[in-house]
Design a protein. Structure first.
Length: 281
């Protein structure tokens, strides 16, 4: 009887230790996500940098591999924070912001492959798996969701005004290029980099929520205000889940670009209502 009680107490202590260790391991990931919120959501750079340094530092103390992966994500976040994140479609701004976004993706990729030599950041384009009816049906569904949701969100809230009016061919081209390029970058950084690196240390949903907070915060700074987070956060979670199920960058990019194509049409229509008068709102 005594042995049973002692054994039960041992299991309880072990359970408490395991829970405590899990929470300690989760802390740096939460701090990393919080730094993204402070940096892009609240635009409080000094506090964000301090929290980010704490996240990486604690990560190294908890587990060297965790610290290394958080440092890769942190590098990308810091690089993006050094430039103006906006919907300005002037060529000069697009070049500066585009360069920062490229460095934010290349830095973690090269660091993972050549510095840490674990090749944890990958961009699986050619997976060898063909898309079936389910995948194509999903893409059609994404277009339908964009058609019904985006006009209501962009027009009724006036958020479309955060984007410049594109009324001439050059501006329309730059708007189209900008929305598509940013959509591809979102998947390269938030899904293939942030989510993939966090997934090495946390459960799928934990890693997914952590990346979705940074994803949503970044798009908030970009201009998706009002109730935009209620749209972006679920979208970020769905993209993380989709990538987990398909393991295909091509597919998540296709999803994002189709959604962004509807966004592009809505933006053009919102500024010039006689163009693309096909939306309900």
């Amino acid at each position: 009887m005594t042995d049973t009680i002692v054994s039960g107490a041992g299991r309880t202590d072990a359970g408490r230790t395991s829970t405590r260790d899990a929470l300690v391991r989760l802390l740096p990931g939460v701090l990393l996500s919080l730094s993204g919120f402070l940096m892009f959501g609240l635009h409080w750079r000094p506090g964000a940098y301090l929290v980010l340094v704490a996240a990486v530092g604690i990560g190294f103390v908890v587990d060297r591999s965790l610290g290394r992966d958080l440092s890769l994500i942190g590098f990308g976040v810091v690089v993006v924070s050094l430039v103006e994140v906006s919907t300005n479609i002037e060529w000069g701004h697009m070049l500066v912001m585009g360069t920062a976004l490229v460095v934010a993706v290349l830095g973690p990729y090269l660091g993972s492959r050549y510095v840490y030599r674990d090749h944890a950041v990958r961009f699986p384009v050619l997976t060898g798996k063909r898309w079936g009816k389910r995948e194509y049906g999903y893409l059609v569904g994404i277009v339908a969701l964009g058609y019904f949701i985006l006009p209501v969100y962009m027009v009724s809230t006036g958020v479309y005004e955060n984007w410049p009016a594109a009324t001439d061919p050059d501006a329309i081209f730059r708007l189209f290029l900008g929305t598509n390029a940013l959509g591809i970058w979102d998947e390269l950084f938030f899904i293939c980099t942030c989510f993939a690196l966090l997934r090495r240390h946390y459960g799928m949903w934990t890693a997914n929520i952590l990346q979705a907070v940074i994803f949503t915060s970044f798009l908030w700074e970009l201009g998706f205000h009002a109730w935009g987070p209620l749209l972006i956060f679920p979208f970020a979670l769905i993209q993380g889940l989709t990538f987990t199920l398909t393991k295909s960058l091509s597919f998540v990019v296709a999803v994002h670009l189709l959604f962004d194509f509807v966004l592009f049409l809505v933006l053009v229509h919102a500024h010039t209502r006689e163009w693309f008068p096909i939306f309900l709102y």
